[in-house]
Ligand binder design. Structure first.
Ligand code: HEM
Length: 153
C-alpha cells in the first residue's frame, strides 16, 4: 500500500505546488485568470510559490512579495469574489489530501483558508469580523502572531 507521508520539506512543497497549479490551470473558474488575465510566467510563478509555502511552513523559503497588492491588481480585470476563492481552496485542500497526511498537511490547509479570507476581504474591501482581534480564539491569535513575526518580512 502506498502510505501517504506528511509535508516534510522542500520536495513535498514542490510536489504540492506543481500538482495544485496543474489543476488550477485546467480549471474553468480559475485557469484563465492565470493564463489570460494575468498572463503569468509559470517559470517564475512556481518557484515563487515554492518559496512562499516553505516560508509559511518551515520559515526557510525566503519569500518576499506583496500578495495583497498582486491580487488587488486583478480586481478591476476580473471577478475575485467568494466563488473564485472557494474554488481555489477546494482545489488546494483536494491536492493536499490526495498527496499527504499529517500535522503539516492539516496546518497548510488552515493557513491557506486564513490567507484566502484575508486576501479576499482586503482586495474587495469587505469588513470581515472574523478577523477582529477581539473575536480571535487564543489558538488563532498565536497563529497570526507567528505569521506577523515570521512571514513576509
Ligand atoms: C481566486 C483565487 C486566486 C487567484 C485567481 C490568484 C491568482 C494569482 C495570480 C494571477 C498571481 C500572480 C500575480 C502577479 O504576479 O502579478 C498570484 C500570485 C500569488 N498568489 Fe494568488 N490567487 C488566488 C488565491 C491565492 C491564495 C488564497 C493565496 C494564499 C494562500 C495566494 C497566494 C499567492 C502568492 C503568495 C502570490 C505571489 C505574490 C507576489 O508575487 O508577491 N493566492 N495569484
Amino acid at each position: 500500500m502506498n502510505e501517504k507521508t506528511d509535508i516534510l520539506g522542500r520536495d513535498e512543497i514542490v510536489r504540492l505546488v506543481d500538482t495544485f497549479y496543474g489543476k488550477v490551470r485546467s480549471d474553468e473558474t480559475l485557469g484563465f485568470i492565470f493564463d489570460e488575465v494575468a498572463a503569468i510566467d509559470w517559470d517564475a510563478h512556481l518557484p515563487k510559490m515554492y518559496a512562499f509555502w516553505r516560508t509559511v511552513l518551515f520559515r526557510d523559503g525566503g519569500f518576499r512579495g506583496d500578495p495583497i497588492g498582486k491580487h488587488a491588481r486583478l480586481v478591476p480585470l476580473t471577478t475575485m469574489g467568494r466563488e473564485q476563492f472557494d474554488r481555489w481552496l477546494e482545489l488546494f485542500r483536494e491536492t493536499v489530501d490526495e498527496l499527504f497526511s499529517g500535522e503539516n498537511a492539516g496546518h497548510i490547509k488552515r493557513c491557506a483558508e486564513d490567507m484566502a479570507n484575508v486576501i479576499h476581504s482586503k482586495i474587495n474591501a469587505i469588513p470581515d469580523d472574523r478577523l477582529d482581534p477581539a473575536r480571535l480564539t487564543p489558538e488563532k491569535r498565536a497563529r497570526y502572531a507567528a505569521y506577523r513575526d515570521g512571514v513576509g518580512r
